[in-house]
Design a protein around this ligand. Structure first.
Ligand code: PEP
Length: 254
């Protein structure tokens, strides 16, 4: 089986002006040393307005930067949007795509997600593709079907080589920001199903190479049990990523 490098990503959402970005990143740099990071990747996704200052403060550190979204066109008359070349220019190595809040509040569809994935890839930025079911879908026993549809939709048009280097984050919507985490067994079941969907789109070795993150009320108290699951390769962390101590502990999972 391919060794998958664990990845812990912090999604700051619409939090933090530049001064707060500086303070939080300075604290994280202190708590997460080269020794902690030698066998894992830690990525921070601040708001667009803090990316430039974040690049400056993270220069020379192993912490990496992500954007929270992008537009699929490289430039043009798209007022308010930010393109992949712009993110590359700011030093982003990752970008979140299809977060449930964007699907819910900004009308983002699987087709938009697929176009964004293609744009990120074309510009050498690794997409972290977010998928997840609502509570209603889970209660109707439709979780695996919804997730398979979102994964297939996001990857339409991508070849095997491209798929191997992508990251997929499973974030049950009912667990985001609610304090209610999927149990490790619930998360593992969906992660295994995502890997099976990836294998059906490509082949087993490719599916085994893709990193699958869990997101939804991840905390210092539950990260170790989640990371012990066979198909959980990391976490996408919202609320707890805004507290340096909590996020550093998550990133130092056992
Ligand atoms: C998220 O928004 O990606 C997330 C997982 O949030 P939280 O950790 O706060 O549930």
């Amino acid at each position: 089986m391919a060794a998958r490098r664990p990845l812990i990503a912090g999604n700051w959402k619409m939090h933090g002006r530049r001064a707060e970005t500086l303070a939080l990143l300075a604290a994280l740099k202190e708590s997460l040393t080269v020794e902690h990071l030698h066998n894992r990747e830690v990525v921070i996704a601040p708001p667009f307005t803090s990316l430039e200052i974040a690049t400056q403060i993270l220069a020379g550190s192993s912490l990496q930067l992500a954007a929270q979204d992008l537009h699929w066109e490289p430039s043009g008359a798209y007022t308010g949007e930010i393109s992949a070349p712009m993110l590359k220019d700011l030093g982003c190595s990752y970008v979140l795509i299809g977060h449930s809040e964007r699907r819910q509040y900004c009308g983002e569809t699987d087709e938009h997600v697929a176009r964004k994935v293609a744009a990120a890839r074309k510009n050498g930025i690794t997409p972290i593709i977010c998928v997840g079911e609502t509570l209603e879908e889970r209660e109707k026993d439709a979780t695996l079907e919804v997730i398979a549809r979102q994964v297939r939709g996001a990857l339409s048009g991508q070849d095997k080589t491209a798929i191997a280097s992508l990251v997929v984050a499973y974030e049950p919507i009912w667990a985001i920001g609610t304090g209610r985490t999927a149990t490790p067994a619930q998360a593992q079941e969906v992660h295994a199903a995502i890997r099976a969907t990836l294998a059906s789109l490509t082949n087993q070795p490719t599916a085994e190479a893709v990193r699958l993150l869990y997101g939804g009320s991840v905390k210092a108290e539950n990260i170790d049990n989640l990371m012990a699951q066979a198909d959980i390769d990391g976490a996408l962390v919202g609320g707890a990523s805004l507290q340096a101590d909590a996020f550093a502990r998550i990133a130092r999972f056992q």
